[in-house]
Each structure stands twice: as C-alpha cells, then as structure tokens.
Design a protein around this ligand. Structure first.
Ligand code: NAD
Length: 387
C-alpha cells in the first residue's frame, strides 16, 4: 500500500500533511510513503529529512498523484497552473484525505465523486472521544485561537498585563472573546497567560464552566430556545435571540481593548455578532480580530485577509491562521492523519470499512456517489443557483 504526500499549491498554505516523524512510524508498519519534492519546505521539513525517515521523494507530480493508494493533503484540491484540476490527477478508486470544505464548496465533492475517488473530509470527523486524536478541526482551531491573541496584542497600542513600575501603574488590557469553542477557549487561555482581564460569551450555556475554569468571566445571555445542535455544535438562532444577544454584548464590546470573535455555525455564513454601531462605540486604538473572516465575518466591518482601521479601531480579518505556525500545525495535523490512517489499513492493505462510525461520517464520496446528504443538498442548492 502506498501513501503519498502532495505539495500544497495554495499560495498561503505553508502546512504539510505528514511530517518525517510520522513517516518513520508508517514505514515501520510496512507502508510505502512517497513525498512530493519540496512538500515540507515551507514548514521547515526538508526532502532529506523525509528520505531519512524512509520516504521516497518524488519529483513528478503526476506520478505521485496517479500512483497513490492514499493521497494526503491539507487544503482542498484546486486548479493547477497548467489548467488541470488536482482532482483529475487522482487514480480512480484511490483515497484522498484532506480538508475538503464539502459544505462550503460542494462542487469539489461533486468532481471527486465523478472521478470515483473515496474522499475523506477532515471537517467531517465526528467530535467524539474515540475520534479525538483525528480531530483536525480542533488541532488547527486551537492554533488559530492562540495566534489571534498574539495578533491582537501586537496591534494594541497598550500592554496586556498589569504592571506596577517606578513610572506608574499600568492597568491590564480587557479582552472580550466571542465564541468559546476550541479556538475561543485557546484564545482565553493565551490572553490570560499574557495577563489580560478576559470575558467570554457563547450562545451554548454548556461552555460556562470551561470559560470560568480558564480564569475568564462568562457573559451570560439567557435565550428562550435550544442553541446546541447534534455533535455539540451551535445552531443558527432566531432573529429575536440575535437581537437579545446583541443588546447584552454591546456593552462588553464597548469596554474591551481587544475583541476576538470565533463564532461559527457549520455549513452557514458566520453569525454577525459585532455591528457597525458597536464598533463605533469602541475606544480609539482598540482592536478586533475576526477569526470568522473567511466565513463572512462575525464583525460587520471585517474585510477578509485585510487589516483595516475604521474610526480609529483596527479590524483584522486573518485567513488561514494555522498556516502561520506551520511547524506545529503540520505536526498536529500529521498525527491526526496517522490516527485516521490506522482505521483504513488492515493486514497492510487498504480497507475502507463503513461499519466504523468515524469512516462512515468522514467519507463524503465513494464509488462514484456523494455519501453525505448535507453535501448532496449543498451541491443541489449550488446547481439550482447556477441554472
Ligand atoms: P465552531 O468552530 O463550530 O464554533 C465556535 C463557537 O462559536 C462555538 O462554541 C459555538 O457555540 C459558537 N457560536 C456559534 N454561534 C454563535 C453566536 N451566535 N454567538 C456566540 N457564539 C456562537 O465550534 P468548535 O470549536 O469546532 O466546537 C464545536 C463543538 O464541538 C463544541 O461543543 C466543542 O466542545 C465540541 N468538541 C468536542 C470534542 C470532543 O468531544 N472530542 C472535540 C472538539 C470539539
């Protein structure tokens, strides 16, 4: 069985799907590993390190993709410079494991099905205890939460910690985190370590204890509806509830030096949490870091991928933050992949077993079909818009 690691072609993608340490373990298991030349370069893993780990370094992209039983990637397949899609390079019947954004961009899943590829989407790994070691959404979101605080702290024209000095006392910065999922919790922990006073808000009341255990104050908004969906994700809330939360959070946004927004509802545009009016109420010099920028933004003023200054407030809409820490992001993602690969190998051969709940949930295409109803619906909605 041959596993291949492709070099990422997305311009801002610095991560690599497998790091040399993981290669060593797979090779010991009797798996043949191929790595495209330069695949680890932007994450500081050299071809020589992969070779030392037992991988074969391949220079011809078409050979690497076309002869892989399992092809590993970070970013979803896309069009190459020569006009060919990466999807067309895959061998029929092979397995692709990658982030695929199947709900946000279902057309890729459609093409993978046509190509008769078994596509496993890292976004679809269930958030269960057994799947924890494969949970790439968590490993990468945690990095985004950490980095968002560093970006916010660097942009703030103030200290984060309280300081008592001979030249006077500095008050600690106030940080307000909106959305206390994996990224939000890591942002709380990071802001606390830097000495800020931290408040956090989420529509799921279940996170209150986690927020408090990290030393932050939980901003509670009592809503008259269920806010948690299957799998622990948030639901999209009603207009009345949105209104109610905005009324409560406005005061906290106004008083914050740094606001970090991380709120997401899977498969939907990110909820609007910070309106233009709220931004206008903030103190000049304050900073907003909007981690939902790629999904439409939690802040009305966010411009994805840009830092803008609006009425003296800096609004930062970073894209692909995990890629900005490529060494550890790749290390964790590589571990996520190798755990998942263990489910797909039996007696040194490929064995895609849909009786396994993790494989069943994460596999979006197989045998020419899209297997996931939500992805099918998303694709149908897309073709409805196109026609
Ligand atoms: P996510 O990225 O989908 O969303 C981030 C946060 O935004 C969530 O906490 C969500 O409640 C919040 N949110 C959504 N709409 C909001 C709104 N209008 N206002 C305020 N906040 C809003 O979430 P995630 O970080 O991927 O986590 C999803 C769930 O999975 C959580 O329950 C998490 O605890 C759970 N989880 C479980 C495991 C496990 O058991 N192995 C691992 C990781 C995550």
């Amino acid at each position: 069985m041959r596993i291949a690691v492709a070099k990422e072609i997305e311009v801002c993608e610095r991560r690599v799907a497998l790091i040399p340490d993981t290669v060593t373990r797979l090779v010991k298991q009797g798996v043949e590993v191929w790595v495209e030349t330069g695949a680890g370069e932007r994450a500081f893993f050299s071809d020589a390190a992969y070779e030392a780990a037992g991988a074969k370094v391949i220079t011809d992209t078409a050979t690497l993709w076309g002869e892989a039983d399992i092809l590993l990637k970070v970013s979803p397949p896309q069009e190459r410079e020569d006009g060919r899609s990466e999807v067309d390079l895959l061998k029929e019947g092979s397995v692709l494991i990658s982030f695929l954004n199947p709900l946000g961009n279902p057309s890729v899943a459609g093409r993978l099905a046509e190509r008769k590829v078994t596509a496993i989407s890292m976004e679809m790994i269930p958030r269960t205890t057994r799947a924890q070691s494969m949970d790439a959404l968590s490993s990468q979101a945690s990095i985004a939460g950490y980095k968002a605080v560093l970006i916010g702290a660097a942009a703030l024209p103030k200290y984060f910690p309280m300081l008592t000095t001979a030249a006077g006392t500095i008050a600690p910065a106030k940080v307000f985190i909106m959305g206390a999922g994996v990224a939000g919790l890591q942002a709380i922990a990071t802001a606390r370590r830097l000495g800020a006073i931290v408040e956090a808000f989420d529509i799921r009341p279940a996170v209150k204890e986690e927020v408090q255990s990290l030393g932050a104050k939980f901003v509670e908004v009592k809503l008259e509806e269920e806010t948690t969906a299957a799998g622990g994700y948030a639901k999209e809330i009603s207009e009345a509830s949105k209104q109610r939360t905005q009324e409560v959070v406005a005061e906290h946004v106004k008083n914050a030096d740094v606001v970090i927004t991380t709120a997401q509802v899977p498969g939907r545009k990110a909820p609007l949490l910070v309106t233009e009016e709220m931004v206008a109420q903030m103190k000049p010099g304050s900073v907003i870091v909007d981690l939902a920028a790629e999904q439409g933004g939690n802040c009305a003023c966010t411009d994805p991928g840009k830092d803008i200054v609006w009425n003296g407030i800096t609004i930062i809409g970073p894209i692909n933050l995990p890629s900005s820490l490529p060494v550890h992001a790749s290390q964790l993602y590589s571990k996520n992949l190798s755990s998942l690969i263990q489910l797909l190998i039996k007696d040194k051969a490929l064995n895609v077993n849909f009786a396994d709940d993790i494989v069943d949930a994460a596999c979006v295409t197989h045998g020419g079909e899209i297997r996931n109803q939500r992805v099918k619906d998303a694709l149908q909605a897309l073709s409805g818009v196109a026609s």
